[in-house]
Design a protein around this ligand. Structure first.
Ligand code: ATP
Ligand code: MG
Length: 695
């Protein structure tokens, strides 16, 4: 059996956010276990990984830079217990998990894709590849704190009108609480003064007085409810909009590494946080304040009884505290599984044709059912935990009430309390239990906010694409594109995709780039467009570094059709003008004519108003390419970049487009395989495995 974890060291669960960062997540867990205070976002920034993930060698080099010694081993499952846990295990040939401990036949793992899991040896054997990586602090190990502070302000961004509304809500809520506190007094006065003294006039006074109090209470409760609803809606709308506009400013690489469902689920977190903030925050503050006030009132009646009430509350708080981690883990896992479920669904819907062709519908359905089952399991576990706590609360506070009535009644008989005092004491004690319990619930909710916060931070604190709008004031450069010593790779230990490329394209020149599939043409196009930043070297426009010129301005001068370009839901005219409301139909038509698509559009019953689905479904492959070409031409670009933009066309149409493009005044960069298209350019760059082989 592995040695038990020392009490001070906890192995956290770190869930991966990007598709290929399981190795990094495993290392983060182990680093945290040994005392490094790091988070995944920080690790990602320090050790970028590409979509292809990290291998064992890279994991070892990252571990070394964190001050760990690592030792790769081959182990048979039966010798697992001899490993120094926590360590990293190679899983399913494409994944890493952390081994927490071995307990007899049960093996406890932290899987960055699933959370904490316990497997039997048989289940374990089906996934474990036999390779393990032991990790221990080296002599040079010194704990670091590298967590990114997540402040609410940074997460939410600019939201207007919030403080004023919050103050209003708070004031109303305070008034409400005062009324709530006053109401039990009606009972005490009625019992002690009216019942005992027989004063019916006083009863009428108390009755009317407190009826007015109730009236006010109801009115204020309604006002507060409305205000909170409005505040919540406003906050949610502004926040989601802020986050989305931030999302739009992130670099392309951010999206390449994430699943759609993962990104979408971040927006669900916004809603959760907003609801907690607008709903529970004010209530939590008030619950706390009221509970304290009530406790003071209780102490006025009887100190020992007040202590009893406080003791019961402390017991409940302690139990909640113990159960908190489980709840947090479940909720975290649930979020991750919801994201996965959404990704599955989106992927299946967009890939319906391939699913039907491959006869994979049953398989996809089973995967979805699995994902849904995982979500449901977490939900049920959360609900069970919550229900257990509710029952526990009922038990503790129920027993408390019986004890109070018992002791209170004894006191009344012995003459220490009046009957009214006893009733009011019990009422206040219940109010205290209710508010105190509410406070605990809200504190738990707040602590769970951290988890949502970190998920939102994955978008909100990600730095936006740099160099978009630098203050460039030099002369407007001519469209001469210079590439100087450009090398590129997706991550540090990935192979080079582009290596030492240098060339220049004169204004008005047309060049063709050709080469075998996978040699890096599309990547070069992305570098030329400023979509990805070269790892080494630079791109200039007429001698000005494009980062100094400003990437937004630079891209403005390009019209590009990319290999996997998409159309958006809307009419064809909208798509050609890219939803520019001021676009004239003449300009749209002119672009369409040049792209050889005008006749096709004119033949459609709705012409330019024909609708394109968001998957571009109503057009043929070649038609879609020509609409994309029209969209690029509509911008009247200084530089036209076409990445296999005519690959779906018939030879004649392609020839016609080539001839038109050949006569254009713009600088043209054409990536193509077909000889006719390649020949139409003035100069040909041949690429081979990331290098420019011949010009
Ligand atoms: N996001 C990514 N992460 C890691 N590697 C990538 C990524 N995108 C592409 N690559 C790799 O970069 C290399 C070059 O890809 P690129 O798309 O530039 O090729 P290409 O020349 O355009 O090929 P094709 O003619 O098939 O379009 C390929 O080996 C590919 O596997
Ligand atoms: Mg390509």
């Amino acid at each position: 059996m592995t040695a038990p974890l020392p009490a001070s060291q906890r192995l956290p669960v770190v869930q991966q956010n990007e598709i290929a960062e399981c190795g990094l997540a495993c290392l983060t867990m182990i680093a945290r276990y040994h005392g490094h205070d790091v988070d995944l976002a920080g690790m990602r920034r320090r050790f970028p990984v590409s979509l292809k993930g990290v291998g064992l060698a890279r994991l070892m080099s990252i571990a070394a830079s964190l001050g760990f010694e690592s030792r790769p081993l081959r182990v048979e499952p039966e010798h697992l217990a001899e490993l120094r846990a926590p360590c990293i295990l190679h899983w399913d040939l494409n994944h890493f998990v952390v081994l927490k401990r071995v307990r007899g036949d049960r093996i406890e793992l932290h899987d960055p894709a699933r959370g904490a899991v316990t497997l039997t040896r048989a289940e374990f054997g089906r996934h474990f590849t036999g390779v393990a990586l032991e990790i221990a602090p080296s002599a040079a190990f010194a704990p670091v704190r590298e967590r990114r502070p997540v402040s609410l302000r940074a997460l939410v961004g600019q939201v207007s009108g919030l403080p004023r509304a919050a103050v209003q809500v708070l004031l109303l809520a305070v008034a409400l609480e005062l009324f709530t506190l006053a109401l039990p007094l009606a009972l005490q006065w009625t019992i002690d003064l009216v019942l005992v003294g027989g004063d019916l006039d006083l009863l009428a006074l108390i009755g009317i007085g407190f009826a007015v109090v109730v009236l006010f209470q109801a009115a204020i409760a309604a006002m507060r409810g409305w205000l909170v609803a409005d505040l919540g809606a406003a906050l949610n709308a502004q926040w989601a909009a802020n986050l989305f506009s931030h999302l739009l400013r992130l670099p392309l690489a951010f999206f390449e590494k994430r699943s759609v469902g993962g990104v979408l689920s971040r927006f669900l977190s916004v809603q959760s946080v907003q609801q907690t903030l607008t709903g529970s925050f004010v209530e939590g503050v008030l619950d706390g304040a009221t509970a304290l006030l009530v406790l003071a009132l209780l102490a006025l009646y009887s100190v020992p009884l007040a202590l009893l009430v406080a003791g019961c509350f402390a017991l409940y708080a302690l139990l909640r505290w113990i159960g908190y981690r489980r709840l947090q883990r479940l909720k975290e896992e649930q979020l991750v599984f919801v994201a996965r479920q959404q990704s599955q669904m989106i992927e299946s819907i967009t890939g319906m044709q391939a699913i039907k062709l491959g006869n994979r519908a049953p398989d996809r359905a089973a995967r979805m059912a699995n994902a849904t089952h995982e979500v449901a399991r977490r939900e049920a576990a959360i609900a069970r935990t919550t229900a257990s706590f509710a029952a526990l609360g009922k038990l503790i506070f129920g027993l408390q009430r019986i004890a109070l009535i018992w002791i209170g009644a004894t006191l009344v008989v012995r003459g220490g309390f009046t009957a009214g005092m006893m009733v009011v004491f019990v009422t206040y004690a219940e109010l205290f239990a209710q508010r105190g319990g509410g406070l605990i619930d809200k504190l738990v909710e707040f602590r769970l906010l951290g988890m949502h916060g970190e998920r939102i931070a994955d978008i909100a604190l990600e730095p936006p694409e740099p160099h978009l709008h630098p203050p460039y004031s030099g002369p407007e450069p001519r469209p001469r594109i210079e590439v100087e010593g450009v090398s590129f790779r997706y991550a540090e230990d990935d192979p080079w995709v582009l290596r030492d490329c240098s060339f220049a394209i004169e204004p008005g020149e047309s060049i063709a780039i050709t080469g075998p599939s996978g040699c890096g043409k599309t990547t070069l196009a992305k570098v030329l467009l400023g979509l990805v930043r070269p790892t080494e070297g630079r791109v200039r426009i007429d001698g000005v570094d494009i980062e100094r010129y400003g990437l937004a301005r630079y891209r403005e001068r390009f019209g590009a059709v990319m290999q996997d370009d998409v159309l958006f839901a809307g009419s064809i005219a909208d798509n050609i003008a890219f939803f520019d409301p001021e676009a004239s139909l003449e300009a749209i038509e002119a672009a369409a004519r040049t792209a050889q698509i005008h006749d096709d559009i004119a033949a459609m019953p709705m012409g330019y108003e024909s609708l394109v689905g968001d998957m571009g479904s109503s057009l043929s492959g070649g038609q879609k390419q020509r609409v994309l070409l029209a969209r690029a031409l509509f911008r009247r670009p200084d530089v036209l970049l076409l990445d296999e933009a005519t690959s779906h066309l018939d030879v004649e149409r392609e020839h016609a487009i080539n001839a038109l493009v050949a006569d254009m005044a713009a600088t043209r960069i054409i990536i193509a395989h077909r000889p006719d298209t390649v020949r139409s350019a003035q100069r040909v760059l041949r690429m081979d495995r990331g290098r420019i082989a011949a010009a």
